[in-house]
Design a protein around this ligand. Structure first.
Ligand code: SAH
Length: 347
């Protein structure tokens, strides 16, 4: 049953929108039209919904139709990466990054305004969590980026500001809506969700049986080192996380990605690489090495190229699938949360 007070129509599933349309006294065929305007044509202005009568368009406007306002934009001269700072209706700012790859366009979206996970090297967590984003605010990051750039997006990574599994229901709603065949109809396989490793939610996600890729922010080969970088490691051990990953793989058949940010002197030695290889041996996985992006507030540094290449070689020698994350947009504030943070200090 849809609550008539619910006004966020862009977050509604098709059947909920159907009920809403019925409850406000409109004919059933309007559902398909409205859903298509929102999710298939992703218009940003209600008045572009030309086959809807004017009074219906007015009702939609009054209902609080979510659109994001572009506050500012940085464009990389090197590779065309665009970093958007979007303003939400309550004035909160969020970052979204649009990237061009040979296989298509990809977007990195935020799932929360701020974050409460407290990873030491991450700029997004410094001001703590402000609030969860709604499904429509996540959808709008994709839709607004496509409206602005005029390009289609074929891959979504939920890897911007926020911990997606800490905003479980809204993120799941977002995933189900963006993959709805009556809407944008993106393939589940083209979505990656990155988590710092909330074990109960990983298990719950496995049971949803979605074909999305799960990426785990591991960042250390053992619990002791991980606790120094990530407070969440006090709550869940690496072995608990790996157990949950195995289950995720068993149920979904999807290979797990592990993100490993290389921090000079903390987790980037040859011993660390060997220990990581032992840890992941036999797991159907892929390791993404990310040379840490230094942020102003902390003194973590990346190692030199040699040490990064050597780390990769050790993993390869031990038959671990590994790549070094291509760094895009290095001439703009590319590190997670840097633009948002700069902006919130300014205002
Ligand atoms: N909360 C989720 C997703 C957001 S962060 C998670 O923890 O996975 C996306 C990835 O970027 C994570 O692996 C995160 O640890 C990493 N990251 C954040 N700040 C970074 C920095 N300054 N340098 C390198 N990687 C960073």
């Amino acid at each position: 049953m849809v609550d008539l007070e619910t006004t966020d129509i862009k977050s509604m599933y098709y059947n909920e929108l159907e009920e809403y349309i019925h409850n406000i006294g409109l004919p059933a065929f309007r559902t398909k039209q409205l859903f298509s305007w929102m999710h298939e044509k992703y218009v940003g202005n209600v008045d572009e919904m030309t086959n809807l009568p004017k009074d219906m368009r007015e009702k939609i406007k009054e209902s609080g139709f979510t659109v994001l306002e572009e506050e500012t934009r940085q464009v990389s001269k090197k590779d065309g990466t665009v970093k958007f700072l979007f303003k939400l209706s309550d004035g909160q700012m969020i970052e979204t990054v649009f990237m061009k790859y040979s296989y298509g366009n990809s977007i990195c979206i935020s799932s929360q305004a701020g974050c409460r996970m407290g990873c030491r090297f991450c700029a997004s967590t410094i001001g703590g969590l402000v609030r969860n984003l709604s499904a429509s605010e996540m959808l709008e990051q994709v839709y607004a980026a496509m409206r602005i750039t005029g390009e289609r997006i074929s891959n979504i990574v939920i890897m911007g500001t926020g911990e997606p599994l800490d905003n479980y229901d809204n993120v799941l709603r977002f995933i189900r809506l963006i993959t709805d065949e009556k809407g944008y109809n993106l393939s589940m396989r083209n979505i990656t969700m990155s988590t710092c490793g909330l074990v109960p939610q990983i298990l719950k996600l496995a049971d949803e049986k979605l074909a999305i890729t799960l990426a785990i922010s591991l960042h250390a080969p053992n619990d002791e080192k991980r606790r120094k970088l990530m407070p969440i490691a006090e709550k869940y051990s690496i072995s608990e996380i790996l157990e949950a990953c195995k289950r995720y793989f068993e149920i979904t058949g999807r290979r797990i990605s592990f993100e490993y940010s290389l921090v000079k002197g903390q987790n980037d030695s040859r011993e660390d690489a060997l220990e990581l290889s032992r840890l992941l041996k036999g797991l159907n996985s892929h390791v993404n090495l990310i040379p840490v992006n230094s942020i102003e507030e902390r003194d973590y540094e990346k190692g030199d190229n040699n040490s990064i290449q050597n780390f990769k070689l050790v993993l390869e020698k031990n038959s671990i699938n590994v790549t070094i994350r291509r760094s895009v947009g290095s001439d703009i504030d590319a590190a997670c949360g840097q633009l948002r943070r700069k902006y919130s200090i300014k205002v």
